[in-house]
Design a protein around this ligand. Structure first.
Ligand SMILES: [Zn+2]
Length: 466
């Protein structure tokens, strides 16, 4: 937040506490939503406060009066006054009657969590084609990556651009799939700089046996970093996890080895699972498009997969971990849903607009939630999605038939998502004692029904964290 830098910016204001000439400033960045007031430091005398150098001693107070406060899983609260001191929420109450005229027509929500991204693709301006068949889309991804053989731009420009876009869209925590060491380092540095946090799920791909030991070594190094290479501060911003890519790209022995490493190091794991009908057919019968695809890459071995394998087999392994993400789950059936309802530490990450881009039949997210399973939302990448706004993913979900009000779905991109990624879920609630991290959007309505409709059709949110 900008501070006044010259004495002229402090004129005509008084300290809220004692009426000294120590000043207040109306912030140019958030008009007309907030009024910022500087309070003199209790240890300073009035004489001391006449100088221009007293700014570092000041305490900053910001008062926000919003028409609606929308916290995850709670009924929305109307006409709320929030007092923020030094960036922390100090008080929240109903706006007093004599201040109601100053309530702004906005809804406030906590910052968001995007549970599944591949920021390396963030320089794409539109999704890669064709969306079907899925194996042809994978060929386009391989082609796109081959244009940057050293992967420097993926690992630097793409991640930087993706983090910038994410932060502007109100995201403070991401679950990111990383594919190179350069990518991990870039992510670590830029997260800290952007005041964001994330999990780097190091991706492993290897369907033939010859790649297993190399991939296991890379994964082991990634999660077993020494204190010299990762400081405590680094670890606050970045948690290290693993990502066996998918059943069609990871040998079963490699998958089991990665789960073992993750279990020993308490690392979270994210895996694409049950994404397409073709993948389910490959596991069940070892037939279909994926066989042709793997044959064309000269890595198909009919002995690799056991007949009758189901996505459930992979979920059972993932459930041995402290926490895991089963990404997509578009074709989870009754057995998988029942299993996930008993293992809520394995969350499903539904990527709604990516799901639509590929033309899948309806996602079982409502069946999963009704059964008690945990469902989160992710954007996936710009290779299959027009942007990285996880808020738009939630709007998309909330507009579906029989969907609950948006505040009941909000944990999918806030508290539930943070907990599954291993972070403190209470950080993603606007409440007294928390750092103020929030987004706002225009909202002029008087009822919860109208509020829900307004939130679903609103434009992009404005990131307003301090
Ligand atoms: Zn993905």
């Amino acid at each position: 937040m900008p501070r006044p830098t010259t004495q002229s910016a402090w004129l005509n204001n008084t300290c809220r506490r004692c009426t000294c000439l120590f000043s207040s400033a109306v912030l140019s960045t958030f008009p007309p939503l907030v009024t910022a007031v500087l309070i003199c430091h209790p240890d300073l005398t009035h004489d001391m406060m006449t100088g221009i150098n007293i700014e570092p001693e000041a305490r900053e107070e910001i008062v926000i009066r919003c028409a609606w406060l929308v916290n995850p899983g709670e009924p929305p609260r109307q006409n709320i006054r929030i007092t923020i001191v030094d960036g922390t929420v100090a008080e929240m109450c109903e706006t007093p009657a004599d201040e109601l005229a100053r309530v702004e027509a906005v809804a406030l929500m906590p910052s968001f969590v995007n549970a599944h991204t591949h920021l390396e693709f963030s320089r794409l301006t539109s999704p890669l084609s064709p969306p079907a068949p899925f194996t042809d889309w994978i060929r386009s991804v391989i082609q796109y990556r081959s244009e940057d053989p050293h992967e420097l731009h993926f690992a630097t420009d793409g991640i930087c651009s993706g983090l910038r876009e994410s932060r502007q869209a109100g995201v403070r925590l991401i679950g990111e799939i990383t594919t190179t060491e350069t990518g991990v380092r870039t992510l670590q540095q830029k997260l800290q700089k952007s005041q964001m946090s994330g999990v780097s799920f190091r991706e492993s791909i290897g369907f033939s046996t010859e790649h297993i030991s190399t991939q296991l070594n890379v994964a082991d190094r990634h999660v077993r970093v020494t204190p010299a290479s990762d400081t405590v501060t680094d670890r606050k911003y970045l948690v290290r996890g693993l990502s066996p890519h998918a059943p069609y790209s990871v040998h079963p022995e490699l998958f089991e080895g990665l789960v073992d490493i993750a279990r020993r190091s308490s690392a979270p794991v994210a895996m694409h699972l049950a994404e397409t009908v073709d993948e389910v057919e490959l596991l069940q019968n070892q037939t279909g498009r994926f066989v042709n695809f793997l044959q064309s890459l000269n890595i198909w071995d009919p002995q690799t997969l056991s007949p009758g394998t189901a996505p459930l087999r992979y979920l059972e392994k993932l459930a041995q971990l402290d926490r895991a993400l089963a990404v997509h789950g578009n074709y989870f059936g009754r057995d998988e849903i029942e299993f996930l309802s008993r293992h809520p530490h394995v969350a499903v990450v539904y990527c709604p607009r990516t799901h639509t881009y590929f033309g899948h039949k309806s996602h079982p997210w409502q069946k999963l939630q009704s059964a008690g399973a945990v469902v989160l939302l992710g954007t996936d990448s710009r290779a299959s999605n027009p942007d990285l706004s996880v808020w738009k993913e939630l709007q998309f979900v909330a507009s579906q038939k029989n969907a609950a009000p948006i505040w009941e779905l909000l944990p999918m991109i806030t508290t539930s998502a943070a907990a599954t990624l291993g972070f403190d879920k209470t950080d993603f609630v606007v409440k007294v004692g928390n750092r103020f991290q929030a987004v706002s959007l225009p909202c002029q309505c008087d009822s919860e029904l109208h509020l829900n409709a307004t939130l679903i059709r609103s434009a992009e949110v404005t990131e307003m964290s301090l």
